[in-house]
Write a protein that binds this ligand. Structure first.
Ligand SMILES: Nc1nc2c(ncn2[C@@H]2O[C@H](COP(=O)(O)OP(=O)(O)OP(=O)(O)O)[C@@H](O)[C@H]2O)c(=O)[nH]1
Length: 357
């Protein structure tokens, strides 16, 4: 990894899987994406936002009240973004709305469909919305969450999922939009699927993603790591992982482990220096003290966690052939990874990303 000539441009034959550069729809590329949560009433929009961003226990979403006006929330974490929860009963493509204000600079439109309910009307509205938006904002990422799949049998779940994809794609291709950027996820607030889906949505908004993936790939092959995730600690969204196949099981283990670390650090931890407030010397001087290194056996795997900065943690899953004796090598390589990451997100940019509105 040390030999990488320039962390910004990793040597890779594989074309990036996602767009790079500016947000798809942003005029200024200000790095503060907005996520819109849309869908029918009671489809689960407010529950999703409360569980993912406010750590509300899923069972308490039963008492959430209906959203009557647009609820705007700012998330300050590794990356600043806004989440807008739009009441389900309004039609935002209606000409009485200023469509530019709502859709003008969004990063992604998340459309929530209740898979436990009759969904034909929801699909109709989704299709209408996509078609109207395609004319004006063809680059908007539309992310369809087929939600509440926890209550469904495996067969019914996959049939429903396939049926919804088919209906949306048929409608789009009938209207000449074969390659509209629409993705589908099966989600539930009662398991990790909602966090995984959000991770994938957010990743598309990180221009440096191909570089992060190349760095993680390099780390994995150097240290024989099976899977490495770069997590946003507070939201448990992973902002990047290496390009080996992801399975929900390894994500679950890593995400549970973050909970343990958060619990422990609430008891024994200390305030991490804020990156925009601290001086250069403090940041350099605190590098080692800031990192938490743990290795533990879980099933057949070793888990390795290291705090990368105030917001990010690297978690790696290693198989049996990665005994603790190699830890020094792993520590060293993770240190190199950390340095490379600081080059990818230089201080100035991080400050811009982290500065409150
Ligand atoms: N089984 C199950 N129920 C869920 C899930 N997500 C949300 N719910 C339930 O769905 C109901 C409606 O959720 P809300 O978040 O209020 O729905 P909403 O889309 O914000 O509704 P409006 O504010 O009316 O637009 C609540 O009772 C939640 O507990 C899920 O993943 N599984």
């Amino acid at each position: 990894m040390e030999d990488l000539p320039d962390a910004e441009i990793p040597p890779s034959d594989v074309p990036p899987r996602y767009h790079t550069g500016r947000l798809p729809n942003s005029k200024v590329g200000d790095g503060k994406p907005r996520l819109l949560l849309m869908g029918q009433r009671r489809s689960g929009k407010s529950s999703i936002s409360s569980v993912v961003f406010h750590k509300l226990p899923p069972s308490e979403t039963l008492y959430l009240e209906t959203t009557t006006r647009i609820k705007k929330e700012s998330m300050h974490s590794f990356m600043d973004f806004q989440v807008w929860d739009l009441p389900g009963h309004l039609d935002y493509t209606d000409p009485t709305w200023d469509i530019d204000v709502i859709f003008g600079e969004i990063g992604a439109l998340i459309w929530v469909i209740d898979a436990q309910d009759e969904y034909l009307e929801a699909i109709g509205r989704l299709n209408d919305t996509i078609l109207k938006l395609q004319e004006r904002y063809p680059d908007i990422n539309v992310e369809v969450f087929v939600h509440k799949v926890d209550g469904l049998s495996e067969d019914y779940k996959s049939d429903t999922f396939r049926d919804i994809i088919q209906r949306v794609q048929d409608e789009l291709s009938d209207n000449g939009y074969e390659n509209a950027p629409v993705s589908f996820y099966q989600t539930s607030i009662y398991d990790h699927s909602i966090f995984e889906a959000f991770s994938k949505v957010i990743q598309k908004l990180i221009p440096q993603l191909p570089t992060l993936e190349a760095l993680l790939n390099s780390l994995c092959s150097t240290c024989r790591i099976e899977k490495a995730y770069l997590f946003d600690i507070m939201s448990k969204i992973y902002i990047a992982t290496d390009t080996s196949p992801t399975d929900i099981g390894s994500y679950e283990i890593c995400s549970d482990y973050i909970d343990v670390v958060i619990d422990v650090s609430e008891i024994y931890g200390w305030d991490r220096p804020s990156e925009n407030g601290s001086s250069e010397i403090t940041e350099t001087g605190n590098n080692d003290a800031e990192s938490l290194i743990t290795m533990e056996r879980k099933g057949n795997n070793y888990l390795y966690l290291r705090e990368i900065n105030k917001y990010l943690a690297l978690i790696c899953l290693m198989g049996d052939d990665s005994p603790a004796e190699k830890k020094a090598v792993i520590d060293y390589n993770v240190g190199v990874f950390q340095a490379a990451l600081n080059q990818v997100f230089p201080r100035a940019e991080r400050e811009q990303l982290l500065s409150p509105e």
